[in-house]
Write a protein that binds this ligand. Sequence first.
Ligand code: 1CP
Length: 358
Amino acid sequence: MTANDRPLGRPSGQQPKPYESAFLKACRREPVPHTPVWFMRQAGRSLPEYLKVREGIPMLESCMRPELVKEITLQPVRRHGVDAAIFFSDIVVPLKAIGIDLDIKPGVGPVVAEPIRTRADLHRLRDLTPEDVWYVTEAMGLLTDELGTTPLIGFAGAPFTLASYLVEGGPSRNHEHTKALMYGDPQLWADLLDRLAEITSAFLKVQIEAGASAVQLFDSWVGALAPADYRRSVMPASAKVFSSVASYGVPRIHFGVGTGELLGLMGEAGADVVGVDWRVPLDEAARRVGPGKALQGNLDPAVLFSSREAVETKAAEVLAAAADLEGHVFNLGHGVLPTTDPDALTRLVAYVHEHTAR
Ligand code: 1CP
């Protein structure tokens, strides 16, 4: 089969089957039968069945095998009964797909062989075409057939967070090379973020065309910035991504870590749902974001290591703070930690469903 005769998924414009799901209703700020729950990084190392199917297969290679992606994406849905699936992939997949020499090193994360730091490096960031990520389209087609009314969330890395990996060459605590470029050569920085916005937009479009019924933009590390710098140097690129997929009408979620001071701007960038980490209670987050947006979050993932009673107390606090929100999607404040007991997650889903049933 060539890239061109591979199935291209559902024709765009057709009503997605999960339209009436609690998750999509909450994103649209409509009444829900119960508060929907899913977990960032719900697929992955906390699940023994994940470790088993990934055995001997490097991370990036696993993202390029449609049958495996389907299985890994479905594992947490089957096990926990979450209200949405998140597509198994990684934020660096589109960069790999356009030929950037990078790898995901176990225990480290994405590592880029030759960092991007000069204008001469920009040409390496060519446009992404659907054929570059045919395996994403194929896996999403398999998944939407299987998932039925359970929504599938597509995702991408936001321009700032992708730039951080490309400029630093790997994970970074202080993002010093990234900030040096942002402050020292604003025009090159703007051009870099604009290139990444194009690539990210193309990657999200592929996923929506293939059946994703919501998309999340992960700007995981943008909390490193002050609001004025975010507004000037990052928001235009993220806003471009959101507006590029606006016409599809699928909910757009915007998430970052340590972004308490940025929540208003992250909503303004064009999100329908703003993700909140555990540092800001959801009622306060709603004041910062303003009306007309749903919120997602925000149990501290480390809480899952404490007793069942403590988890329930903290989950009840999250639900209480969310009581007056226009729309709430229950999630953790960041991804599931790899050594989390999966049963604690299953119990948490049941707890939220039970205590929010209306
Ligand atoms: O071998 C392995 O299992 C490697 C661990 C792993 C996994 C399971 C990585 C490496 N990526 C993933 C999958 C992944 N990545 C998903 C799966 C879907 C799900 O949520 O279930 C998602 C959504 C991502 C997105 C991602 N990758 C983000 C944004 C989310 C976040 O946690 O903030 C980021 C920052 C990455 C980069 C990345 N990839 C992998 C690691 C360990 C990291 C972080 C490294 C760092 O600290 O900078």
